[in-house]
Design a protein around this ligand. Structure first.
Ligand code: MN
Length: 257
């Protein structure tokens, strides 16, 4: 049996399960809110073209509008100034859109501390228990934040001191960019960096170091709690927007049962 026919048989008989890591995309999908003087992204919206009516009696369709970084989405290297000479989202090799994914679960820590920062030692501890991070794959950070994704205010968790959402330390961002074998880092929050990361040195270290190293980000993932710690195969499908800095993406995981 070929590898692919084995996979097809596994999908048919349930030995391989498909888990959707994508949040629903609508005008209620939470979006990033930058403070003045910075410009902000548009929400997702539908504009109806026809709905089985005089404008098109047998067909329903819409125009869509949205920022590139809305909902579950892919960050390409050119998104950040450190990656400005890197790939745009249309240039990401398809081979890199399928790869192994592992999950580090700090949802309990994040529930008691919304400013929780994942540290190098957390990943080192994880590796001692689970083996090395996957070459060419993804490290996915489970923070539990997807349970807030239906509510913009709870998702951004902002007060007068800014947004309070989990992320990674400066040292871990640097390590993931320069030493880890993964090609990307995925999160459940509105961005790969912590809510407070505007005040870090450098600011937004995950964006700065990973995208600067030609690596990728996946944001606002759902259902990470349904994944095994190791062994999932992740498929990320951003639109090939020419010159795009990112794209809403359908992200799926294949899991052995
Ligand atoms: Mn983004």
């Amino acid at each position: 049996m070929s590898v692919l026919s084995d996979l097809t048989a596994g999908l048919a008989d349930g030995r391989v399960e498909v888990i959707d890591l994508t949040a629903p995309l609508s005008d209620r999908t939470p979006i990033l809110q930058l403070p003045p003087p910075f410009a902000n992204t548009q929400s997702f919206s539908l504009q109806e073209i026809s709905n089985y009516d005089d404008r098109g009696p047998a067909w329903y369709w819409n125009n869509i509008s949205a920022g590139e970084h809305v909902g579950t989405h892919f960050d390409a290297p050119v998104h950040w100034v450190t990656g400005r000479d890197g790939l745009d989202v249309s240039q990401v090799p398809p081979r890199q859109l399928i790869g192994p994914a592992v999950v580090i679960d700090k949802s309990a820590e994040c529930a008691s501390n919304p400013d929780f920062l994942l540290q190098v030692r957390d990943v080192e501890d994880w590796q001692r228990a689970n083996g090395p991070l996957p070459h060419g794959g993804w490290l996915l950070f489970r923070s539990g934040w997807d349970s807030r994704a239906h509510d913009q205010s709870r998702f951004l968790n902002a007060n007068e001191t800014g947004s309070h959402t989990p992320g990674v330390s400066v040292e871990l961002a640097q390590w993931l960019a320069n030493e880890a074998p993964v090609i990307g880092f995925g999160v459940e929050t509105v961005g790969t960096d912590a809510g407070a990361a505007h005040g870090f040195e450098p600011a937004f270290p995950c964006h700065s170091f990973l995208l600067g190293a030609g690596k990728y980000g996946l944001t606002q993932l759902a259902n990470l709690g349904k994944l095994p710690t190791t062994g999932a195969l992740l498929i990320a499908a951003p639109l090939p927007i020419v010159r795009g800095s990112g794209s809403p993406a359908r992200v799926l995981a294949l899991v052995s049962r």
